[in-house]
Design a protein around this ligand. Structure first.
Ligand code: GLU
Length: 479
């Protein structure tokens, strides 16, 4: 039997966790969970100018918020650590020396200026930017030029050949050797470049399948050449489709603020909803839209990862969030709602029962926790401001006696619950011989300031006895 799969997410900590990264992490995580394998988190922090500890933290926080937990990685040392590339330098040095000794890599003393000059000359000649290939100037060099530093380049095999792999999503892909060049493995300061560090780590960490975004397809060829040179069996590869922003441009940190995972947390999106949204960017299971983590684990496979780009649909995210606000148990949503009310200055005693009532009362209308907090805010404040139009229409001389009646009866209620409060409104309207709305609406305006709120009993229950009476008195005292 084949051993359990090992997959990884290998972010470069140069900013927040973005949606593309979260999707890569999620697909790998789901694959590992479904197959009973291991999900490894490796931090590719060799770009020391751009990597920051804050960014590492931001990535870990983002994954934690989404509930994508890793089996090995930062904070979870395993047999294959360390999990930060900057702590694995000895390993890269060892394989660099080995490859040089075997003639499979060599030191190149060409300066950056020389390479740049050659590149622009070639590009000028061909008119095709991005096509320059290193000429192999230092391939057979035996001298060590004085005063020059060296990078280490991979030596492509001589002669013709091709490198092929069978991508789990895209199918077989091939490249001719002639399309590849002697790429740089290690910089002059000894820092490994991505393709080199990635292969050494994927292999030494026992990775069996590399799942990552399609932007890395072209990196797979030099990486496979390195596996071949080292005599290592390469892992499987699966490349996931691009994610496009709502404007159908590639989702990028610069252009699309929504690329930031944590922005959605701040906006009051539930992690369950964002995870659901993200999994559908490039993967589907029939027509299922609302998918729980458990179902994802049960259903996820690479066969249903698409090859066409996933497009960001903001309405869909909102819709999913509302679905999840309704699906999750009210106490869970209540707990998540609390910080949004606190941010608006509401003081909440621990376990405040009003929170759950707010969730039950507003989850049909609010699309985000933030929106829910904004709508619910007036139920937590002392006093109310009436909307001019609503007050003129509903707080009239005619409605005043009805309001007064309600005030009197609710004040005497032994139990302050939605049904008993509804009962009062019903009774008062029957006694006055008017429809229930004729009583409920003035009460609603008096106590909430506007004409829209949950059921009247629910509304008053939420406000509580003291605050309801206070507001009714204030409305009755209006000139
Ligand atoms: N550090 C690379 C990145 O963030 C990893 C790519 C890979 O998964 O191989 O793009």
């Amino acid at each position: 039997m084949a051993s359990a799969p090992r997959v990884r997410f290998a972010p470069s900590p140069t900013g927040y966790l973005h949606i593309g990264g979260a999707r890569t992490a999620l697909f790998n995580y789901l694959y590992a969970r479904r197959q009973g394998g291991a999900f490894i988190l490796r931090i590719e922090d060799t770009d020391q100018e751009r990597s920051t500890p804050e960014s590492v933290k931001a990535i870990l926080d983002g994954l934690e918020w989404l509930g994508i937990d890793w089996d090995e990685g930062p904070g979870k040392e395993g047999a294959h650590g360390p999990y930060f590339q900057t702590q694995r330098m000895d390993l890269y040095r060892k394989y660099t020396e080995q490859l040089i000794a075997e003639g499979k890599a060599y030191r190149c003393y060409c300066t950056r200026e020389e390479i740049d000059a050659r590149r622009s000359a070639v590009e000028k000649q061909t008119g095709k930017p991005g096509t320059y290939k290193y000429e192999g100037t230092c391939r057979n060099r035996t001298d060590v030029p004085e005063g020059r530093t060296s990078v280490v380049r991979f030596r492509m095999p001589d002669g013709e050949g091709r490198v092929t792999f069978d991508d789990k999503v895209l199918g077989p892909i091939t490249k001719e050797y002639s399309d590849l060049d002697d790429w740089v493995m290690v910089r002059a300061d000894g820092i490994p470049l991505y393709n080199f560090g990635c292969v050494i780590d994927d292999y030494t960490m026992g990775i069996t399948l590399v799942g990552r975004g399609q932007e890395h397809v072209n990196s797979t060829f030099p990486q496979l050449m390195l596996y071949q040179a080292l005599g290592w069996q390469p892992p499987d590869f699966a490349h996931f489709p691009l994610i496009l922003g709502p404007d159908r441009e590639k989702l990028s940190k610069r252009k699309h603020p929504e690329a930031d995972v944590m922005l959605h947390k701040r906006n009051g999106i539930l992690p369950e909803a964002l995870l659901n949204f993200v999994v559908r960017l490039g993967w589907s299971h029939g027509n299922e839209e609302v998918i729980s983590r458990q179902q994802m684990v049960e259903w996820f496979d690479f066969d249903h990862v698409g090859t066409t780009s996933g497009v960001w649909n903001p309405d869909k995210l909102m819709w999913l969030n509302q679905q999840w606000m309704k699906l999750l148990p009210a106490p869970v949503v209540a707990e998540r709602l609390a910080p949004f009310l606190q941010a608006r200055g509401v003081e909440l005693p621990p376990g405040d029962p009003r929170l759950e009532r707010v969730v039950l009362a507003f989850r049909e209308r609010a699309k985000t926790l933030d929106e829910m907090a904004a709508t619910a805010l007036k139920y937590f404040q002392h006093g109310v401001e009436w909307e001019e139009k609503a007050a003129t229409k509903h707080l009239t001389a005619d409605s005043r006696p009805l309001l007064a009646r309600v005030r009197e009866e609710v004040a005497a209620l032994p139990q302050w619950t939605a049904p008993t409060l509804d009962e009062v409104v019903k009774r008062v309207s029957e006694q006055a011989g008017v429809g229930m709305g004729k009583v409920a609406q003035p009460v609603r305006v008096a106590t909430t300031g506007g004409t829209v709120s949950p059921g009247i009993g629910e509304t008053l229950e939420l406000l509580g006895r003291e605050e309801t009476l206070h507001r009714l008195d204030a409305a009755l005292a209006r000139p």
